[in-house]
Design a protein around this ligand. Structure first.
Ligand code: GLU
Length: 606
């Protein structure tokens, strides 16, 4: 994710362009840049850092012009460097491009361009677009036609804004999988990632659909379909939100927005190139031992990973909480330590990785923030590409990390012969289908989850339990629930119940049971038995189960019946429902959901 903004208008638009990109900074903030049309040239200024920092370094606001584009980056391809910051210029300096998204086939295109003698200035996927435009312009003679031709060659996701002195006072904007919206006013027109860019200047907006191109001038705009050039008419709408609501995409909290972002962020995790996943699997295969490491939510991500590696690849990996790593880990040359972190700055995880390195172990990381300390520290890194997570409690970042570990386990299972190619492909197909199923379930089930959360909000104590792979789900769900509701919530493997925890149960002590699909007969029976034990002590029990599970439905005091899903993705679906449950419970209790008391987003101290 990143922010892009372009403005074209009468007179000097740069102060407005600068403010518009600053308003998008929450979408990504590792580097920033601006390109402005002046006479026959394009001036580009860019550097690493947040918008104000880059302005101080590069004096963005000293630029002048009546058309410009800008970008605040959340790097996916290429390190966080000034050269990799956007905008990117074509080899002839006649096109400047900003991009939000990922060009999957950029390596191929780069190889072709290099063969023609084009020199690349950055490591990004984006730069190919600028050079391709220069080539296509020679062939087609107009910016618009050049853009159409280039887009046919791109595979991936994009929102692009382009300027060129070939067509002064014009901004070209296209959408293919990443958001883009026009802001319209008599003085100037905008093309931006979201309405925050221009809300202080205009509330009149036109949202682009995928496969559409907008051409903006100071006086107006045209909208057309990329495929056949047909003009599109779409009446503008007036945005009534205040700036804060708008940053949350209309959701009342970032937590809810980020829960609903998950179909998209999972798709990003599914698009991480297979070679990267296979390389991590290979490191695990070659290692004497593998340790997964995280702390808080990422510890539970690791725990999920442990089950995935055992079940899919027949390889038992250890999971250690980063804070305890120095006390318990025994690693050295030949061992692999895989750290999981959203921010890549978590002190406990960073110092544990440093320790592992000093001991001679190989290190790897799954991280969301490119350029973060952890991503630079390790031998091997997978960038999960979930975009900024603003809510203090992690939802979308954690779920994507789980998916990355499941993909890695599948790759390892294939490599070591534990999985046949057919089984491996069947699994991948289930994963691929998951984002759509999740979207549907989120749309259809939220009301039910809210009802259940409101109905049960008076309970002060909770037990979340699950067996097998539902145990890490119950643990992570319990952590989520305590973080946002401040209630006492214990997560346990359901098998623990009769070995102690049952002593807590009475009619005031609520339980949430995570049911596996009925097809997992043994686990299912064990979960039912645990629920019976609680019920026998008058404990109210709620559950997350599949809709064909009549036994669960009958015994529970309430719950959420989910569609029947393949075994590989069903646990992830339960977790999303539990995230929503925590959110609605916290809402009912009036908690500070996005910034719960006593917590910080990234714990950078020991
Ligand atoms: N893939 C591009 C890059 O890494 C754009 C990332 C973004 O959306 O900010 O530079």
């Amino acid at each position: 994710m990143c922010g892009i903004s372009g403005v074209v208008g009468e007179g000097n638009v740069i102060p407005v362009l600068f403010e518009s990109i600053r308003n998008l900074e929450y979408r990504g903030y590792d580097s920033c840049g601006m390109a402005v049309l002046g006479g026959n040239d394009i001036a580009v200024r860019k550097n690493t850092g947040g918008v104000d920092e880059v302005n101080q370094k590069e004096r963005l606001t000293a630029l002048q012009g009546s058309a410009g584009i800008s970008h605040t980056r959340w790097a996916t391809h290429g390190r966080v460097t000034a050269a990799n910051a956007h905008p990117h210029l074509s080899y002839d300096g006649r096109f400047a491009v900003v991009h939000n998204g990922i060009i999957n086939n950029y390596q191929e295109l780069k190889t072709l361009l290099k063969a023609q003698g084009v020199e690349f200035q950055s490591e990004t996927d984006t730069e190919v677009v600028a050079h391709l435009l220069a080539n296509a312009y020679l062939e087609f003679g107009t910016v618009e036609d050049a853009l159409r031709a280039v887009l046919k060659q791109l595979d991936g996701t994009y929102a692009l804004a382009v300027i060129s002195p070939h067509q002064p006072d014009h901004i070209y904007a296209v959408r293919g999988g990443s958001p883009l919206v026009l802001g319209l006013s008599p003085q100037r027109n905008f093309a931006a990632s979201d309405v925050n860019a221009f809300l202080p200047f205009t509330r009149k907006a036109v949202y682009l659909e995928d496969g559409e191109m907008a051409v903006l001038t100071p006086q107006g705009y045209t909208l057309s379909r990329l495929a056949d050039g047909a003009l599109v008419t779409r009446p503008p709408q007036m945005i009534e939100w205040d700036a804060e609501t708008s940053r949350k995409g209309g959701y009342s909290h970032y937590m809810l927005k980020e829960i609903f972002d998950q179909p998209h962020t999972l798709t990003n995790a599914l698009h991480i190139p297979r070679v990267e996943i296979a390389a991590l699997a290979q490191s695990i295969q070659q290692a004497r031992s593998t340790t997964l490491m995280g702390v808080g939510t990422t510890y539970f991500v690791g725990l999920l990973g442990q089950y995935a590696f055992s079940q899919l690849a027949g390889v038992l990996v250890q999971v250690i909480s980063s804070d305890e790593f120095p006390e318990v880990a025994v690693v050295g040359p030949g061992d692999l330590v895989v750290a999981v972190s959203q921010s890549g700055e978590t002190y406990d995880t960073r110092s544990a990785v440093e320790l592992a390195k000093t001991s001679g172990a190989r290190t790897a990381a799954i991280v969301n923030v490119m350029g973060s300390t952890l991503s630079r520290l390790v031998d091997q890194v997978i960038m999960q590409g979930s975009g900024p997570e603003i809510c203090v409690v992690s939802t979308k970042a954690a779920l994507s990390q789980m998916l990355v570990l499941v993909r890695t386990a599948l790759e390892l299972g294939l490599a070591n012969g534990r999985l046949t190619p057919q089984a491996h492909n069947a699994w991948l197909a289930d994963l691929d289908a998951f984002p759509d199923q999740l979207q549907k379930t989120l749309n259809e089930m939220s009301g039910f989850v809210r009802n259940l959360a409101e109905k049960t909000a008076h309970f002060q104590n909770w037990l979340f339990m699950g067996r097998g792979i539902y145990y890490p789900m119950a643990m992570e769900a319990a952590l989520k629930m305590k973080e946002v509701t401040y209630l006492h919530v214990e997560g346990i493997p359901a098998g623990f119940l009769k070995h102690g925890t049952l002593a807590l149960v009475d009619e005031h002590f609520a339980t949430l049971a995570f049911f596996p699909p009925k097809a997992a007969t043994r686990l299912h029976q064990q979960t039912l038995a645990a629920v019976e034990e609680v019920k026998a002590r008058s404990g109210p029990v709620f559950g997350i189960y599949q809709e064909n599970d009549h036994e669960a439905a009958q015994i529970l005091d309430g719950g959420i019946a989910l569609p029947v899903l393949p075994a590989g993705v069903a646990p992830l679906m339960s977790l999303v429902v539990a995230q929503l449950f925590s959110y609605f419970a916290a809402l009912k209790l009036g908690r500070a959901i996005d910034k719960p008391r006593n917590l910080a987003k990234s714990v950078t101290v020991g």
